[in-house]
Ligand binder design. Structure first.
Ligand code: PDD
Length: 277
């Protein structure tokens, strides 16, 4: 497949970056993942706005303007010929002698690829996923979509080792997010999510979920959610570009609510399906 690297279109196997790239040496970079359906990006504006926020947050400057990013994403999608797929964009602080401080006059490394995307199947949608709770040991700038993902990687491996699909992370006893997804809870018909803050990555689906809840008359509140509330949730669900919106029906080895995907999930899921049509 054809990927974009620093202005060139090359085959994936021919795309090479120096071992001195600060992404490799320090994890000094950011990324984003834009889903596409039928070759068309979904919520691209939101993803590119977040990409620009991430770049600004760590002070990486690039020549690409919003229209250039859009053209790049659309061009790569076209070249890929793929239908349901995801566009991965990564920008690092470039190649420089190893030194923690920012290098002067070093161009950023810009990489972009399109990969096939296996949409969650009927089993996940109809039976739901399993999850366990763990402490959130990540840093305090989780709002930046950084490629320094060690905390997220270890969190996901915890799920793999525990034989479950996902983890719910708790910071000081309060829900933050999954290993690479946002978490939603329902209690007495009300949809709840941890508030936007430095402790979570604000998913592009975060705003979408607010819109879907609003359009369907589902009450929504963003507020801190304690471990005990999660234990007693009527419904739990997760959202991300690649997982879309999925119910979590087993938590810490016990059924969540009825143990089946709940009614609020069903309504939001219908809205999600409509949005991506
Ligand atoms: N992950 N929180 C974290 C830590 C994430 O990594 C992601 C996305 C989300 C959900 O964001 P969105 O709705 O914009 O996908 C929340 C992507 C998919 C990834 O790392 O592959």
């Amino acid at each position: 497949s054809i990927v974009y690297l620093n202005g060139d279109y090359v085959r994936l196997g021919d795309a090479k970056v120096s071992v001195l790239d600060r992404g490799f040496i320090f994890g000094d970079g950011i990324y984003d993942v834009v889903p596409a359906y039928n070759g068309k990006p979904f919520r691209m504006d939101g993803h590119l706005a977040r990409l620009e926020r991430s770049l600004a947050a760590i002070d990486i400057k690039v020549d690409l303007k919003r229209a250039d990013w859009e053209a790049l994403v659309l061009d790569l999608l076209k070249r890929s010929g793929l239908g349901d797929c995801m566009v991965y964009i990564q920008v690092t602080r470039g190649v420089a002698k190893r030194d923690h401080g920012f290098p002067a006059n070093t161009p950023a490394t810009i990489f972009c690829m399109v990969s096939p995307f296996a949409r969650p199947g009927a089993a996940a949608r109809e039976q739901g996923l399993s999850a366990v709770g763990i402490p959130d040991v990540r840093w305090l700038r989780c709002e930046i979509k950084s490629v320094s993902l060690l905390g997220n990687v270890l969190a996901k491996q915890h799920a793999v080792d525990a034989g479950v699909d996902e983890v719910l992370q708790f910071r000081d006893g309060y829900l933050s997010e999954g290993s690479s997804c946002n978490i939603w809870m329902v209690k007495n018909g009300e949809l709840l999510a941890p508030p936007r803050s430095n402790l979570i990555l604000e998913g592009i689906r975060y705003g979408l979920m607010e819109e879907l809840a609003d359009a369907d008359g589902i009450a929504f509140a963003a507020r801190p959610i304690s471990q005990q509330e999660v234990d007693e949730a009527d419904e739990l669900m997760l959202s991300s570009a690649t997982k879309e919106l999925l119910p979590i029906t087993r938590y810490n080895g016990k059924p969540v609510g009825s143990g089946k995907p709940g009614p609020v999930y069903a309504r939001l899921r219908a809205g999600y399906d409509k949005a991506i049509e």
